[in-house]
Design a protein around this ligand. Structure first.
Ligand code: ITT
Ligand code: NA
Length: 198
């Protein structure tokens, strides 16, 4: 069972390898295929962008492809950065630059109002078939200083209130039990067999 995941984000790729271990799939990502061109994310929603990536690569390679479009929705910012999470501080800027911009935008927002959700939409695509779309969300709070070295992206700022830890202070095993990505995959689990059999 082979599955190509249409991502070049190393943090996502690592999580997918771990998440799919128990699911009996052998995972490849676009990091294994440097010759394949990036798909432009011109969509305005997570689903549109995940479809562009999954359906674009599935058509190009004529195989089964899963894509993840995800991001951070901050309530005090009206849901931003949302689909622009990867490019919040500008194109090709570091995770640290994105985190610094987020902290700056929230300077005057008190802790009680720093609620946020991580969102993940997954699209599974195969040429000539209607794609399967699932999503997952994880609620939390945006901290005032980055904490922890695990994970990627906004993890050092994303506090899980029940544990008082940021996602970057959790092990990958702990994060993979609760994350938006794990929840979306649980939805995929419920639907994938019927979809593959269609
Ligand atoms: P691919 O399109 O190649 O998958 P990308 O990084 O461009 O990589 P997205 O467009 O989906 O992917 O952007 C997702 C961004 O949202 C990501 O770069 C992080 O900044 C943030 N993000 C998503 N999931 C996250 C997580 O689990 N932890 C921390 N940040 C996350
Ligand atoms: Na995106």
């Amino acid at each position: 069972n082979h599955l190509l995941i249409a991502t070049r984000n190393e943090g996502k790729a690592k999580e997918f390898v771990e998440l799919f271990k128990s699911r009996g799939y052998e995972i490849k990502t676009l990091l294994d295929y440097p010759e394949i061109a990036d798909i432009e994310e011109t969509g305005k929603t997570f689903e549109e962008n995940a479809r562009l990536k999954a359906e674009g690569i599935a058509k190009e390679l004529n195989c089964l492809v899963l894509a993840d479009d995800s991001g951070l929705k901050v309530d005090a910012l009206g849901g931003q950065p949302g689909v622009y999470s990867a490019r919040f501080a500008g194109e090709r800027k570091s995770d640290a630059a994105n985190n610094a911009k987020l902290l700056h935008e929230l300077t005057d927002v008190p802790m009680g109002d720093r609620t946020a959700q991580f969102h993940c939409t997954l699209v599974l695509a195969e040429p000539g078939k209607e794609s399967l779309v699932v999503s997952g969300e994880l609620p939390g709070m945006i901290g005032r200083i980055p904490r922890g070295n695990n994970g990627f992206g906004y993890d050092p700022l994303f506090i899980i209130p029940e544990t008082d830890k940021t996602l970057a202070e959790m092990t990958s095993e702990e994060k993979n039990k609760i994350s938006h990505r794990a929840k979306a995959l649980q939805e995929l689990d419920k639907k994938i067999d019927a979809w593959l059999g269609e």
